[in-house]
Design a protein around this ligand. Structure first.
Ligand code: GLU
Ligand code: ZN
Length: 321
C-alpha cells in the first residue's frame, strides 16, 4: 500500500530515454533530481520515455533502471514496481496523448506539410544540438479544418504559439522570459506518421502523474516555454522547473560518445564504485569540497538546491577515479 502523499510534498520524476546508454552527464542530472525531491521528503516517479521508436535500443530501458539502482537512487512508482499512475512507459500511454492532441485540434494546431527536420526529430527532446531553425510560419495560414482538404498529402500537426512574452522563475537558472512565437516558433505536436511529439507527451505525463517539479538539463530550457504554452492551453497547473548545467566535453559540447566512453554500464563493468562517481559529481556541483567517495543518501544531510553550481562541468579526464 502506498502512503498517502502529504499535500505539501513535492513529486519529481526521473525520465530516461532508452535511445542509448546513460552516461556520466545523465547521472549528474538524475542525482540532482533525486536529491532535490528526497531532501524535502517528496516522491519520485521513474518514467521510460520511449516514443522515439526508431531510435530506441533494445535493452536500454532495463539498463537505465540498473544504472539508477547502481547509483543508489530509488523511486516510489515506476515500471518495475508499479504504482497509482501506471503505466510508466510512454509507448503504453499513447492513447492519452492522442486524446490530448484531439483537444488541441479544435483551436491551436494546424496541418504543416513542410518537410523539415524538426518534424522528423519531434519524438525526442530537442537537446542543444537539436534546437533547429525557427519555423518560418509557412503553413500558419491554415486552420485544423484545412486538414481534410489535403487529401493524401502527409502532414504534421503544428502548435500555434502565442505572440507574447512568457516568464517563469527557474529554481536553478533564475528568471526566464521568451516570446515563444518570435524566439522559438510554432512547434510540432503530432508527427506525419500519426505519432505524437515529445513536447506533448511529456506535458500529458507530468500532468497526469501529478509531477510538481521538473529538474532536467538546461539544454531543455527552450522546451519549457513550449510546454508552458501547452499547460496554458489545457488549463493545467504547470510544475516548477529547475534546469541544471550540463556536463560538457573538452570541446564545450554536451557530453556524448565523441568524448570517449563515459557510459555508466562501462564504469560498472570496470568495477568503479558508484560512490566514487557520486563523489566526483557532488564535487562538480559544489556540494562537496573534495572528490571523496560518497553515497547519494549521504548527500541528503546538507543538500540545498540553491548551493548547486551554475557552471557547466567540463569533463576532461578520461578516468578521474
Ligand atoms: N527523456 C528526456 C531525455 O532523456 C528527458 C525529457 C525531460 O526531462 O523532459 O532526453
Ligand atoms: Zn509547414
Amino acid at each position: 500500500m502506498l502512503e498517502p502523499l502529504p499535500a505539501n510534498k513535492p513529486v519529481g520524476r526521473l525520465a530516461p530515454s532508452p535511445t542509448g546508454a546513460q552516461h556520466i552527464g545523465n547521472a549528474r542530472t538524475y542525482l540532482l533530481a533525486w536529491l532535490s525531491i528526497r531532501w524535502r521528503g517528496g516522491r519520485l516517479i521513474l518514467r521510460i520515455e520511449d516514443i522515439d521508436s526508431p531510435r530506441v535500443k533494445a535493452g536500454a530501458a532495463q539498463q537505465a533502471i540498473d544504472d539508477l539502482h547502481w547509483l543508489g537512487l530509488d523511486w516510489d512508482e515506476g515500471p518495475d514496481i508499479g504504482g497509482p499512475h501506471a503505466p510508466y512507459v510512454q509507448t503504453e500511454r499513447i492513447e492519452s496523448y492522442r486524446e490530448a492532441l484531439s483537444r488541441l485540434q479544435f483551436a491551436r494546431v494546424y496541418p504543416c506539410t513542410c518537410t523539415r527536420s524538426d518534424i522528423e526529430a519531434a519524438a525526442s527532446a530537442p537537446h542543444v544540438e537539436h534546437e533547429g531553425a525557427i519555423y518560418p510560419g509557412t503553413c500558419a495560414g491554415r486552420s485544423a479544418l484545412d486538414a481534410v482538404k489535403l487529401g493524401d498529402q502527409p502532414f504534421a500537426w503544428r502548435f500555434r504559439t502565442t505572440d507574447q512574452v512568457i516568464e517563469f522563475d527557474d529554481r536553478v537558472a533564475g528568471p526566464q522570459r521568451v516570446n515563444v512565437r518570435r524566439e522559438l516558433g510554432d512547434f510540432v505536436v503530432g508527427k506525419m506518421d500519426g505519432s505524437v511529439a515529445y513536447q506533448l507527451a511529456v506535458v500529458c505525463d507530468d500532468h497526469a502523474m501529478g509531477v510538481t517539479e521538473v529538474l532536467r538539463g538546461d539544454d531543455l530550457l527552450p522546451s519549457t516555454f513550449r510546454q508552458l504554452e501547452l499547460y496554458a492551453e489545457f488549463d493545467w497547473t504547470p510544475p516548477t522547473f529547475a534546469h541544471v548545467p550540463l556536463v560538457v566535453g573538452p570541446d564545450g559540447r554536451r557530453l556524448a560518445k565523441r568524448h570517449g566512453d563515459t557510459r555508466l554500464a562501462t564504469l560498472r563493468q570496470q568495477g568503479v564504485s558508484a560512490e566514487r562517481l557520486i563523489g566526483l559529481l557532488a564535487w562538480s556541483c559544489g556540494l562537496r569540497p573534495t572528490r571523496e567517495p560518497v553515497t547519494a543518501r549521504e548527500l541528503l544531510v546538507d543538500f540545498d538546491l540553491s548551493r548547486v553550481s551554475r557552471e557547466r562541468f567540463l569533463f576532461t579526464e578520461p578516468r578521474p577515479w
